[in-house]
Design a protein around this ligand. Structure first.
Ligand code: PAF
Length: 288
């Protein structure tokens, strides 16, 4: 595995693969790898000749009161893990390589960025994500790019950028990888002490409770959300948001008459965690 730091080296690596007719898969990450990242690397490895993993803790997607400084960083560990997964190139630029002096372009996606994490964290967050991901697509020119469904809103934002800007990349969303007690894997789980770690498992239990109510036939959004809210409240968690929205465009739903995203964000101990379930409707419901 090669570790490359510059855009020029990255482009040269991709050009070599392209000359041999190879396809390129990109897994954009901020490092601190866990099983969720590994599932993306494996998916990329299965379908592409050249697998590139980017490792860049992108400052522009963090707010001033967020955890940019404390975000877990261990490049040597991450590089060893990526190598074990058969990654070909780890692209680990520094901030000046990504945002050189005079950098003044940003990508802003309207609408779907104004709710859930966009409302809770601020508009800067998805502007930062959309801009850095668009840059990575420009640098790596991947055929496929792999993202985790845990960041469901991020996946929708990236898909929208790709569609609106006619970028020639397929977005592959991979399932959420969970701990045995259901906690979604996240680099931020390292912030949890033992009590908070136990409490955090309630996020997925809450989503499960709502999914059970939905599976039993309930279609009223408020009733479904209330089932999740009860579990959170019982666990002493006050969510930043707990909302049921269209899985396609994040518009609000009063009734679950199409695929719906039940999304939650909450501060648990020292971590701000997010999680979600997609509630799917049956083929017959879709037709009616
Ligand atoms: O999901 C992440 O780790 C980041 O938001 C991403 C996509 C690598 C952009 O910095």
């Amino acid at each position: 595995m090669n570790i490359v730091r510059t855009v020029a080296e990255m482009r040269a690596g991709v050009a070599r693969a392209r000359r041999q007719g190879g396809t390129v898969g990109l897994v954009p990450t901020m490092g601190a790898f866990h099983e969720g990242h590994l599932s993306l690397m494996r998916a990329a490895r299965e379908s592409n000749d050249l697998v590139v993993v980017s490792l860049f803790v992108n400052p522009t997607q963090f707010g001033p009161s967020e955890d940019l400084a404390s975000y877990p960083r261990d490049e040597a560990r991450d590089a060893a893990i990526a190598e074990q997964q058969g990654v070909d190139i780890l692209f680990a630029p520094d901030a000046a390589e990504v945002y050189p002096d005079g950098f003044s372009t940003g990508i802003h996606v309207k609408g779907i960025t104004e709710v859930l994490d966009g409302a809770s964290r601020g508009a800067f967050h998805f502007d930062g994500v959309a801009t850095v991901v668009t840059k990575l697509f420009g640098i790596v020119t991947p055929d496929d790019a792999y993202f985790g469904q845990k960041d469901a809103q991020q996946v929708l934002v990236v898909r929208r950028v790709v569609r609106d800007l006619n970028l020639a990349v397929r977005i592959r969303a991979c399932p959420i990888v969970r701990e045995p007690d259901g906690l979604a894997m996240s680099s931020r789980n390292v912030y949890l002490d033992a009590d908070a770690r136990r409490q955090a498992a309630a996020l997925n239990r809450a989503l499960d409770a709502a999914a059970s109510v939905h599976e039993a036939g309930e279609r009223d959004a408020a009733t479904i959300v209330a089932a999740a809210a009860r579990v959170l409240s019982h666990a002493g968690i006050r969510p930043d948001y707990l909302e049921l929205r269209s899985a396609e465009d994040l518009s609000p739903l009063e009734r679950v008459d199409r695929d719906a995203l039940l999304a939650v964000a909450a501060r648990v101990g020292a971590a701000r965690l997010i999680d979600n379930h997609v509630l799917t409707i049956t083929a017959e419901e879709g037709e009616s």
